[in-house]
Design a protein around this ligand. Sequence first.
Ligand SMILES: [Zn+2]
Ligand SMILES: [Zn+2]
Length: 465
Amino acid sequence: MIFTTLGETEEIGASCHYLMADGSGILLDAGADPEKEGTASMPDLDRIADHPDWPVDHAVVTHGHHDHLGSLPMVVQRFPHVQVHMTSATRQLANILLPASARLQRRKVKEGSTTVDPLFDEDDVEASSYVYMAHPLENEFDLSGYNAGFEISGEFYDAGHVLGSVGVMVRFVDKGEQRNLFFTGDTGVQSQTIIPGASYPDEQVDILVLESTLGADPVAETVTRRSEEKRLGEALSTVLNRGGTVLMPVFALGRGQEMLALIDRYKKRGLIHQDVPVYTAGMMRAIADVYDKTRMSTPRLNEEFQVYGVPQQRLPRSESGLNEALKQPGIMCVGSGMMFEQTISNKIARQIVSNEKNGVFFVGYAREDSPGDLLIKARLEGKGTDVVLHPARGPQPVMCDVDKFRFSGHSHRRDLLKLVDKLRPSKIVLVHGEAKAKAWMAENIRFHHPDIEVHTPTPGQVLEL
Ligand SMILES: [Zn+2]
Ligand SMILES: [Zn+2]
C-alpha cells in the first residue's frame, strides 16, 4: 500500500493524503491551509499527477472545517471522475461553508486585502456538489476503484470533533492479505456540551493515520472541561454583574454552537441572569440550523437540545444599533475565533477593550500573532498595555478582562496515546500537527510501543506501508 501526504507543513497545514491500495486511489480529506491564500493554500495535487499509475477514484471528507474541506471544489475539478464521500451532516455543512468560502475569496479581492485570484466561485461549488455521497455511521460503503482487483470498503466512525465529523476505516486486500487502515481525522474522545465523544472501531488496526494537533500542548491534559466550565461561568457573571459586555470570539462551526449550549446551562443554573441578551451573527446562525435539523440523526448528548432553543438575537448591523446593544450587559458570541482584522469579533473588540467593565474571553485556539493572540499577550503584560487590533485603528490600551479557556474538540495527547493502546496498530502515520507536536507523539509511542513502526512523513515522501 502506498501512502503520501499532500498538504502537511511545519504548522498544521491542509489535511489531504493519498493512498493507493490494490489499484484503487483514495484521497483522505480535501483541505486548504487556513494560513495561506489561493493556490498556495491547496494540497499539492501535482504529486499525484506525476505518477500516471496513481488513479484518484474516491475522496473521503472527514468533516466540514476548512483545513479538511476547503479544496474540495478544486479536487473535483482536477479529477472529474472522483466520487466524494462524507456524512449527511457534513454534506449539509459543505453546502453552506464552500459557497461562503467562494464569497470570502471574492470579497477580499474587491476590498483590496489580497491580490490572489479566487480559486473557485459559487458555480464551481455547485457543480462539484453533485458528486457528494452521504453515508451513515458504522455502515460499509464501496471505495473500489476502476482498476481494483479486490473490493475496498470504507466505514465511518463518529469522531466527536464537530457536527458530522468522522474517522474512516478503509479495508482492502494487499498481496492477497486482508488489511485495514484507520484515519482519525480530527478526533475528540471527551464529550463536549452538545456532541458526545468519539467512538472507534473494535477490531485491531493495521495502519493508524493519527492526528497530532495537541501533541505539543502539555497543559491540555491537566485541565478538565468541568473546571474550565466553572471558570468561564464565573468570569462571565463577573463582567455581566458590573454591567459590561462579554465578547466571545468563536469559530462558526463547532465552538460557536457549543458555547451557546453552555450559556444556556449557565442561565438555567442561575449563574447568568435569564434576561441577559446573547447576540450571534453570520454563518454561525446558518450552521446552528443544521445542528438543530440533524439532532435526531447524529450523535447527541441530549437530542432534545436545540441551539435555537437558546434565546439569541441577531447582532445589530447598524453602528447605532450596535452602540445601543453595547450599553447594556450582554454576551456577543461571534466570529472569527482568532479575531482576524476583517471580522465582526475584531470590530467589537476595538470598541470594548479600552473600557474596564468589559471582557473578551477566548474559547478556542488563537495562533501566534493573530489579533486574538496579540490581545491576550498585551493583557498579560498588565492592564493598560497597548494593543493594535487593526492598523486603521492603531494602538489602544487594554483595560478590560481578557482570558483564555480550553474547550478543545481535539483529544489531548495522553488520550491519543490511549487510542494507540486500544487500536494496537502495527504502523502509525502521524499527521496534522506542528513539527514539535508530531515529535512528542512519535517519541512517546516509540517509548511505550517499541514494536510499532512510526512515520512522520514530509510532503512528497512516499511511504510503502
Ligand atoms: Zn477540525
Ligand atoms: Zn483539522
